[in-house]
Write a protein that binds this ligand. Sequence first.
Ligand SMILES: Cc1ncc(COP(=O)(O)O)c(C=O)c1O
Length: 417
Amino acid sequence: MKAFINDIVFDREIVDTVFEAASGAIEAIKKHGDAAVVNGAFGTYFDESGKLLTFNNVYEVFDQVDVIQKAKYASSIYGPPEYQAAVKQWLFGKHALAEEAEVIATPGGTGALASTVKNALSPGEILIQPNIGWGPYTTIAKEAQTPVETYEMFDGDAFHIDSFKTVCESVMQRQGKVVVFVNDPCQNPTGYTLSSSEWDAMVEILIQLNTQGPVVFVYDVAYVDFNGLKDAYKKNFERFYQLPENILTVIAFSASKTMTAYGMRVGAQVLISSNAPELRRFKSACGNTARGVWSTVNNGGMKMFSDLVLDAQKTLRYEQEREPYLALLKERAAIFVEEAKACGLPLYPYHEGFFATIRIDDSVVKNELHLALKTHNIFFVNVYGGLRVALCAIPLNKMRGLAKRIKDVLDTLTQSS
Ligand SMILES: Cc1ncc(COP(=O)(O)O)c(C=O)c1O
């Protein structure tokens, strides 16, 4: 007999490990008070007083956006021309890439990733992701009915370039096309940032692959504005200028972290390819997805972004306000990483950004630790290969001694088994 739900999604349910862990933390705070709880589950930045960080210089610009602008639909399905220009300026500055790139406004980075997968792969075709990555990548693949194959993130403390190469080559051989996700800098959930030589090697692999079939390189830069090099990191994008014609780079841009505007749902797909006709064809298909799935993006949010980015003074004030929070994140991370090292708590290589991940290869131990920590009012997100610690959400006073507390719980579990 037929059901309300269709035959493809009939067993699909939303199991979101972040929201699940976060709601556990909220319950514990209600019960035991904030001081007793370490909420390392949220993926958003909280200041030292436990308040969600919001940049005044962002919200002042938003408040100045005319009500009519906030109320109306965007002037284009691709985002207003000023928004498209602002995204390019934010990512590429004055580089000639801005001429080559095409922008499609999307609801956050999530919209950019989902539309890219949907338009690059037919149902049944393989999407390549890192084995340790942001959970919703798998949800996005499921929505697009694309099976997933993974490359290993790490070889020791370095990016596993051989695994990246082997998996991409194998998929290219089998399906004549590669669509691959890379999240950099400040990878979620490990905090890894690729080195310049790792980037060189990766781009070389993409160039080799493109002789055998189309390559869609999906470059998720959700945390780009929280990297230590700041705008200097963005020089990295120049690698994608005038690559061979069989490569399409899609930068998934998100204003969520950059502008502490998670709920505003502002983001973009930024398409780069030296193959102009194919670039336009891909752009049109994504425009069609936009029209058929979400219509236009939040106009007030896009106006805020372009008003801020296209005004040098406003941008400067925003950067000055962000500065101490970059330093604070670094300070929190240094405490956690150094203390973890001192007490022998294993972490994946952490460089920078919102998250670090405790490395636990045995998934039984990992699940036990996740549960046991909850009984100590410590909440993290259970990810592949470990537990994700939201450095962005834990104040300094709770960070001190945290690694040792976790290690003690881990020791009790491993000694008793
Ligand atoms: C790795 C990564 N990519 C993309 C996103 C997309 O975020 P949003 O859709 O809010 O822009 C996030 C948000 O947590 C993320 O962590």
